[in-house]
Write a protein that binds this ligand. Sequence first.
Ligand SMILES: Nc1ncnc2c1ncn2[C@@H]1O[C@H](COP(=O)(O)OP(=O)(O)OP(=O)(O)O)[C@@H](O)[C@H]1O
Length: 275
Amino acid sequence: MSLDLSRVRFDRAGRTIIDGVDATIPAGALTALIGPNGAGKSTLLHLIAAIERADAGELALDGRSLPDMRRRERARVVALSEQQAEVDAQLTVEASVLLGRTPHLGAFAAPGTADHLIVAQSLAAVGASEFASRPLDSLSGGERQRVTLARALAQQPTLLLADEPTNHLDLGAQFTALDLLAALARDGLTVVAALHDLSHAAAYADHVVVLEGGRVVAAGAPVDVLTAELVERVYGVRAQVLPHPVTGRPLIAVASAASAMPAVQHASLEASERA
Ligand SMILES: Nc1ncnc2c1ncn2[C@@H]1O[C@H](COP(=O)(O)OP(=O)(O)OP(=O)(O)O)[C@@H](O)[C@H]1O
């Protein structure tokens, strides 16, 4: 299901955080949402998931307004994977992932065998089966991250939003999570992942949307968007974009963050060199 954002605006505390976002997120593809800290990535995911309501604009999934959908119906089609502080830390991993089934259960209905099977499959998909019976608050950051993604998978959405899904994960687990998201997209799921690692975005995304200051400053195929010029302009970092030796996808090699340093820092460096 394709997602269309049109002139989306969101203000908070007197500031415009999302400032007229227009974007088309392709169906059955992995879209990377990238941009510097504070660009508005998490906020935009919250607006799509209707956790927050936009002050203006439209957010539509296959032509249907997401904010206007009934909550329960929306929860059957959209899942947001983010590390949530509010989930009861005493819950077991299994019970927490089972919460993902809630939108699919009838009123007052208990989860059935099929729901437990989906939970087990979701835990297996993220490599979290072995800690299924442990309380959430006994998990490491990376283990918790996997459980968070498993809960979103258990929701069996058609649109999966993942906020920094590789956060806290070790190198192998990062690629396992990205492989999983890419495989889900190939199977028809529309995936939007906020990512910080541009090489991850380049390696895995079919489409990239770059946010800066609450605005879309570039969007398109990774090879067209992730240029050295864009990296320097948006992140203030000098980089070389090389072809990955195996995949040929862009690989962002950072040569220097010098252009990101404030002038005062240069001055103090020079002073310390003279001393
Ligand atoms: N409750 C709030 N009150 C005021 N400003 C807020 C609030 N929540 C977020 N913001 C501001 O909105 C802007 C966008 O924040 P958001 O978390 O969406 O950015 P992000 O791109 O996800 O950043 P990061 O990469 O650091 O996670 C930031 O400037 C942030 O300070």
